[in-house]
Write a protein that binds this ligand. Structure first.
Ligand SMILES: [Ca+2]
Length: 176
């Protein structure tokens, strides 16, 4: 994968025009994102040996989860107060987005909240009054707005540039 990507870069720089390259990136955002975006220098490791990386990039919840999986991880799952505090102290201060997707979503058939890893859902850190809607089936965490670190249920993707829009939402990947 890495080798293919690097040869691809040489091919692109050597042959394609800048306009074509721009088009390539627009059409294939996740592929162009590339697995060498894993950055060992910005990753942090908690006491359980799990690694985390915050991405100040906006995409739908499902695309963010696919992206984390494409680089060997998953959207962050927060299963204890200790892990929540770790994310608040070590990850959120490094980002500029208002909110960050976490790996929690609701099964619309069972109405149950599930972590992407199928870990037990017995720790929660919902903001006051959340989850507040039966149609908001994905979860992000407040970072640079609201009660920092608390969770809000939202939509997979929300257009626009208002506070709750996906354009103001990044995501956090975790590796076991
Ligand atoms: Ca909500």
């Amino acid at each position: 994968m890495e080798h293919t990507h690097k040869s691809g870069k040489r091919f692109l720089s050597g042959v394609l025009s800048a306009a074509m390259l721009a088009n390539f990136c627009t059409v294939m955002p996740i592929t162009a994102f590339a697995d060498d975006d894993i950055d060992a220098e910005v990753q942090t490791t908690d006491s359980n040996g799990h690694r985390y990386q915050l991405f100040d990039t906006s995409m739908s919840w499902t695309d963010a989860e696919s992206y984390c999986e494409s680089i060997g991880g998953h959207l962050v799952t927060i299963t204890s107060a200790e892990e929540q505090q770790y994310v608040i102290e070590n990850l959120l201060p490094t980002g500029t987005k208002k909110t960050y997707f976490i790996g929690l979503s609701r099964d619309t058939d069972t109405a149950e909240w599930n972590w992407v890893t199928d870990e037990a859902f017995d720790y929660t850190n919902w903001d006051y009054g959340e989850p507040n809607s039966t149609t908001e089936n994905y979860v992000h965490m407040y970072a640079n707005m609201g009660n920092v670190g608390t969770w809000n249920n939202t939509y997979n993707f929300l257009e626009g540039d208002w506070a709750y829009a996906t354009s103001n939402c990044g995501f956090i990947c975790e590796w076991e």
